[in-house]
Design a protein around this ligand. Structure first.
Ligand SMILES: *Cc1c(COP(=O)(O)O)cnc(C)c1O
Length: 398
């Protein structure tokens, strides 16, 4: 086979500012951590890295759960690990589907033999406790699945009032926090979340490739009571946990450098303080919102239901959203997401997650968007940069 080049240029993607739905920007210390010398995956030093990671994940998930670890694969594998361990063929499972990621959960339930009950959400709105109660009246599911921040729509699902409704009906609560953990409060123990997973590359600002998750005692009992083995060898939590917490039996070769990076990203979150980080995300969202409003652009979601971490902004009539994104990438190295699912071709998805939730990112994004929109022939009402700057001056944050 001939190669498509005679020689290959040195790897150099250039500068990027990542403000899409993930991955997010990484702190220089996280890049540095990835370059540390490789150890074996059973080396005592690396076992210490795993122990630190577990402790730091408990801090971020706000849990004391014994089984807290990270799957060596992306957020979707975290989702599938939870589903294939909890769900046996024939088990009834209710999934609240408000967008692409709720739908992904539903597809996984069916592939693993669960009897799926789909509760469809209304566009741009979270599920209410009444909707869930009504759906649960006619069935008795083992698990109810919810997405905390639905990245395809930008809706934040309030959890505190819905979880007791699910528990009254005897079901386990499974929550996707891939686009929320680290950016907005997720209180696993205080809220009673039974099973929770996330991804390394969104609000945690580590590289993609790891999926932290945590399960409480009720969830572990349900898994222990299975009549059939988990239908995936790689994702069987009892095997994975023997590597994390038992006799450290070899299960797979852990991606050591990714774990270095995740550990460092979690140390950064701990140094800032989880709650300070949440306040930073909220403040940068407020400044961004003021800028978008001033520019005369519209969000997809009404203010009370918005996730501060991921914001779909509707493209004005007649503007090619993809052309704007290409300009932003070419002229500024700035990546925004395109619309996904129902918003395909209609919106930009702007992520304010982890290290990308910064004042300089917000100002760059608003200014660059304004220039790109003008270049594409769109009117811009007022300066988004001025409006956001006024918010920063008034609150003194970030
Ligand atoms: C990104 C995302 C996922 C999938 O994560 P991958 O790392 O892309 O596999 C799942 N759920 C939500 C809410 C997400 O934002």
């Amino acid at each position: 086979m001939p190669l498509h080049h005679d020689s290959f240029a040195p790897l150099d993607p250039g500068r990027r500012v990542l403000m899409g739905p993930g991955p997010s920007d990484m702190h220089p210390r996280v890049y540095q951590a990835m370059g540390a010398p490789l150890t074996g995956h059973l080396d005592p030093y690396f076992i210490g890295v795993m122990d630190d990671t577990k402790a730091l994940l408990r801090y971020v998930f706000q849990t004391e759960n014994a089984m807290t670890l990270a799957i060596s694969a992306t957020g979707s594998a975290g989702m599938e690990t939870c589903i294939c361990n909890l769900v046996e063929p024939g088990d009834e499972v209710l999934i609240c589907v408000g967008g692409v990621f709720g739908d992904r959960m539903a597809q996984m339930v069916e592939r693993h033999g669960g009897r799926l009950i789909r509760l469809e959400g209304e566009p741009g709105r979270p599920f209410t406790p009444e909707q869930v109660r009504h759906a649960l009246d006619g069935c008795r599911p083992k698990v109810v699945g919810l997405v905390h921040a639905e990245t395809s729509t930008g809706v934040l699902q309030p959890l505190e009032e819905i979880i007791p409704v699910i528990h009254e009906h005897g079901a386990l609560v499974l929550v996707d926090t891939v686009a929320s953990l680290g950016g907005t409060p997720v209180k696993v123990d205080a809220w009673g979340i039974d099973v929770c997973y996330t991804g390394s590359q969104k609000c945690l600002s580590a590289p993609p490739g790891l999926a932290p998750l945590t399960l409480n005692g009720r969830a572990l009992e349900a898994i222990a009571a299975r009549k059939t083995p988990v239908d995936s060898w790689y994702m069987d939590l009892s095997l994975i946990n023997a590597y994390w917490d038992g006799d450290r039996t070899y299960h797979h070769t852990a991606p050591v450098s990714l774990f270095y990076a995740l550990r460092e990203a979690l140390v950064l979150i701990h140094e800032e303080g989880l709650e300070n980080g949440h306040r930073r995300h909220a403040a940068n969202y407020e400044a961004f919102r003021a800028g978008i409003d001033a520019m005369g652009l519209a969000f997809f979601v009404d203010p009370p239901h918005r996730a501060p971490t991921i914001n779909p902004v509707l493209a004005p009539e007649g503007i090619d959203e993809a052309a704007v994104r290409s300009r932003l990438l070419k002229d500024y190295g700035l990546e925004l997401g395109g619309g996904l699912g129902a918003l395909k071709g209609k919106a930009w998805r702007v992520g304010l997650m982890g290290q990308s939730s910064q004042r300089d990112h917000v100002i760059l994004c608003l200014g660059a968007l304004e220039q790109a929109l003008r270049a594409e022939g769109s009117e811009v009402a007022e300066s988004g940069v001025s409006a956001a700057s006024a918010v920063y001056a008034g609150t003194g944050t970030a």
